[in-house]
Design a protein. Structure first.
Length: 232
């Protein structure tokens, strides 16, 4: 089974994957909706992805994704208590105060992707929805995660630019080769004035210099069977 896409928690304008919960009051379909949710993706077999926000030490639920309840009647009853819910799509502008007591364990984004044996995590403790973990105790780790993520983004951008440059160089080389082959193809085509696109001629391939059948392609280019199907 594909791993479930993790819930996430935004704190100090940065979003982090949630590794674990302990305690009560956090979103749960059975407790909040009185029913289960259908999976809408192999990477979302729970049927939802919860998004939390910590702002001014208060915990908010800000997203769930599209919900497909297993019991529509129970879901409709839940909607009377929780009017932000929608059975037709993701809740719009969701921002619900969550009076949870317990901990949310968050990790750096890269740590969730690699899942190390000793994950780099922070436990955020809440009491009735209020963050009680001192911010100053977690700021160094959050700062380090921010710097690591920035470095990863810079490295990814450098790789992207290198790939673009390699592709540009390949395109230029291919265009230069095409121009050269077109020039070399002219004398061959001059011997076959009635040749059309897709015709097969006899001659020497301007690409590999092997004698044999040549195919007319791209209007004014001739290539042997091997070069046409494998190289060009």
């Amino acid at each position: 089974m594909t791993d479930q896409v993790p819930d996430n928690c935004t704190i100090l304008s940065e979003s982090y994957p949630i590794w674990d919960y302990s305690g009560s009051g956090f979103f749960s379909p059975e407790e909040w909706l009185d029913c289960g949710l259908e999976s809408w993706s192999s990477a979302c077999w729970r049927g939802y992805v919860a998004q939390y926000l910590v702002e001014n030490d208060q915990l908010y639920l800000t997203g769930l994704g599209e919900l497909k309840p297993t019991d529509e009647l129970a879901f409709q009853r839940a909607r009377s208590r929780l009017p932000f819910l929608s059975s037709s799509g993701p809740p719009e502008s969701l921002r619900v105060s969550v009076r949870a007591s317990g901990t949310i364990t968050i990790g750096s984004f890269s740590s969730w992707l690699s899942i190390p044996a000793n994950p780099d995590v922070i436990a955020l403790e809440f009491r009735e929805g209020i963050l009680v973990t001192p911010l100053e105790s977690i700021l160094p780790t959050l700062g380090r995660w921010h710097d690591e993520r920035k470095q990863q983004q810079l490295e990814a951008e450098a790789v992207r630019l290198q790939d673009l440059e390699r592709q540009r160089q390949r395109d230029e080389d291919r265009a230069a080769l095409a121009r050269s082959l077109l020039l070399l193809s002219k004398p061959i085509l001059a011997l076959h004035p009635n040749a059309v696109e897709g015709s097969w001629l006899n001659g020497v391939c301007p690409y590999c210099n092997e004698s044999g059948s040549l195919r007319v392609c791209k209007g004014a280019l001739v290539l042997c069977r091997t070069c046409y199907f494998k190289r060009w």
